[in-house]
Design a protein around this ligand. Sequence first.
Ligand SMILES: [Zn+2]
Ligand SMILES: [Zn+2]
Length: 421
Amino acid sequence: MLSRAPKGTSDILPSQIDYWYYAENIIKEVLQSYGYREIRTPAFEHTELFVRGIGETSDIVNKEMFTFQDRKGRSLTLRPEGTAPVVRAYLEHNLSRENPLSKLFYLGNMFRCEKPQAGRYRQFNQFGLEAIGSPSALVDTEIILASWAIYQKLGLTNLSLMINSVGCRECRPEYLEALKDYFHDKKKLLCPDCRERYDKNPLRILDCKNKQCQIEIKNSPSIFDYLCKDCDRHFQQLRKYLDSLQIAYQVNPLLVRGLDYYTKTAFEIISGELGAQNAVGGGGRYDYLVEELGGKHTPAVGFAAGMERMISTMEKQEIKIPFWEGIKVFVATVAQEDISAALKIINHIRENGVSAEMDFLDKSLKAQMRLANKLDVSHTVIVGQEELKEQKVILKNMADGQQEKVAISQILRYLQPKKKG
Ligand SMILES: [Zn+2]
Ligand SMILES: [Zn+2]
């Protein structure tokens, strides 16, 4: 038990970490080039933030939150998503004062108590970006472009873009009524989840993966027959911008997002790699969330994606990334009495940005040399009394086995960056 992580969690081991560094760096680089700045919010928030922000009818709030009480009985929840916390911080720090359009991004752990299944974790990593403060379809376009650019820059292929509109306060109620009318007589044919959704949020029936439900969904009324003028104009505007950039996309009227706060644009980036087609990330507009959380009416749009899925796609597609180059120099000692001098020397090497390692297990010189070989270093510095008298050490080039006496002050000149492979 003590040597097993809790269900639904996973470790990222040193052998995998280079993928994470690489992906995280690209996310930061790309987003900063689009003018987004990172924001870091706490891992937990007041429970009400998510209940209000995500919506009481959502699966997340109903079934998946890690909620607990602090010692004073206040209800707290580990963040299941990043948007509500970002909006909370936006309001708390009055970020709109600095700039009428706040462009923010985040990277971090999220927590959902889901049934563990392949590729789903209870603690997982997400990155996301949010643009808060503009109703313009130009911002929706930019969010899509920036998200797309990350996947491109990572070298991922086989991706496609799906877009839809989920309407607004004006037009969605009528559409929901139409959906309810349509599904009314078919209710008993739907899966138990959808029967529940019928009353709470019939829009969510549309993205049910159940085969029987999908048959019934096929002929359901289309949102595009119900969009109000404003929503329709916004969607046409988005299409125009994407067309002008020759970004290929598919309009999918069944694309709805899992969270209640979305309005107008909804979109997903789909990868063909992961077994069947699968969303690697998604986003959309959420014009009412800021208001819902106590701010004034502030239109906004965002995108979020899971890092685990992104990284497993990178591995599957065998994306070439720069791996850690390993230790370059080993500092060996002839005898116990040389250790202090060796410490000084290894410090000097490391301070100059060259990675170096030594023995911590009181090994013989012979065993130390074996370790140096195993670490595949380019050079070994051998520290011994005789050479120390002249302020020198023996430097062994591990590639050709050549040894020479070198002044300690000159060591760094010999330690070229190791060539891998
Ligand atoms: Zn509308
Ligand atoms: Zn269903």
